[in-house]
Design a protein around this ligand. Structure first.
Ligand SMILES: [Zn+2]
Ligand SMILES: [Zn+2]
Length: 97
């Protein structure tokens, strides 16, 4: 499977790699804009809380990208389910032959 970053042209073969890319290239660069609805926030923590609290189809795939095991506010969410949502949403095709 091939996955594409929603914010740039980066593609990769695993959702774990995409999450790493998203967190290091976008979240840690002062991006406090929700990639799902475009709302802006003062801090990345506020943005994370916003994304994790939204349960609609637009935000759901981003739960995995924003997921942080150390953030207590998202305890109880099943990581595997989050990953499957994200895989479906960010998949742009199968691996090239
Ligand atoms: Zn990107
Ligand atoms: Zn949003």
């Amino acid at each position: 499977m091939l996955f594409k970053c929603p914010l740039c042209n980066f593609t990769c073969k695993s959702i774990t790699r995409l999450k790493f890319h998203f967190r290091t290239k976008h979240l840690n660069k002062g991006l406090n804009v929700c990639p799902a609805c475009g709302k802006t926030f003062e801090t990345s923590i506020r943005l994370t809380i916003h994304v994790m609290a939204k349960k609609d189809e637009k935000h759901k795939p981003y739960h995995y990208l924003f997921y942080n095991p150390r953030a207590s506010n998202i305890k109880g969410l099943r990581k595997k389910m989050l990953r499957e949502n994200a895989e479906k949403y960010f998949k742009v095709g199968d691996e090239e032959k």
